[in-house]
Write a protein that binds this ligand. Structure first.
Ligand code: BMP
Length: 212
């Protein structure tokens, strides 16, 4: 386990495949979201799963039926996991978890976002969303590397069974070592790696920092 998830927010196929191949020794999975999939289509997921497991970051936030349809598309494309919002409520999350259980895949629920605005509306509900993620049988939660103290709070709520995947390292100012110490299982890193002249070196350095 390398504890590193690559956030592959580049927008074209060649660039995506080049970066993914360069850092494949250091990453446990690749997070793909709207920037790449809107550019290249869901077919890019099928290509990337040949390199590493893919987590589809579509921040799913809709009624249960629409969530179900989104999850089915994503898992049929080969993704090993999906990121959903939690504020749409338990029935919506249940719908995602049900599809994931059918496919044997993972659901990660956003608790509080890592950017400065992430405290405006998430702060009062983050703990409740974390509790709901546990009750719904999600695989894990997304919590901010920019606020390790919040990762600690959320770890207390979810216990050891759920994973914490944590974005905000590097470009957003968070430290990989600090957030792992606070209780995160994986860090999610995008720009620091894919904008670097030597992506593999940066990925290795982040891994070393986490002693993996
Ligand atoms: P970067 O390392 O370039 O800041 O990328 C972080 C990635 O994690 C981006 O894909 C972003 O959309 C995502 N993310 C985040 O930064 N904060 C959150 O709270 C939730 C996210 O999914």
């Amino acid at each position: 386990k390398n504890r590193l998830i690559l956030a592959l927010d580049v927008t074209d196929r060649e660039h995506a495949l080049r970066i993914a191949n360069e850092v494949s020794d250091y990453v446990d999975s690749i997070k793909v979201g709207y920037p790449l999939v809107l550019g290249e289509g869901l077919g890019i997921v099928k290509e990337l799963v040949e390199i590493a497991p893919v987590i589809a970051d579509f921040k799913v936030a809709d009624i249960p039926n629409t969530d179900r349809l989104i999850c089915e598309h994503v898992f049929n494309a080969g993704a090993a996991g999906i990121i959903t919002h939690g504020f749409t409520g338990r029935d919506s999350l249940d719908s995602c978890v049900k599809v994931a259980n059918d496919f044997g895949t993972d659901v990660y629920v956003v608790t509080e976002m890592s950017h400065p605005g992430g405290v405006e509306f998430f702060r009062p509900v983050a703990e409740d969303i974390a509790k709901m993620a546990v009750e719904a049988g999600a695989s894990g939660v997304v919590a901010p590397a920019t606020r390790p103290e919040r990762v600690k709070d959320i770890r207390k709520i979810i216990g050891e069974e759920l994973s914490i995947i944590s974005p905000g390292v590097g470009a957003q100012g968070g430290s990989a070592a600090d957030v792992i110490r606070a209780g995160a299982d994986w860090v999610i890193v995008g720009r620091s790696i894919y904008n670097s002249d030597s992506p593999a070196e940066v990925a290795k350095k982040i891994c070393d920092e986490m002693n993996c």
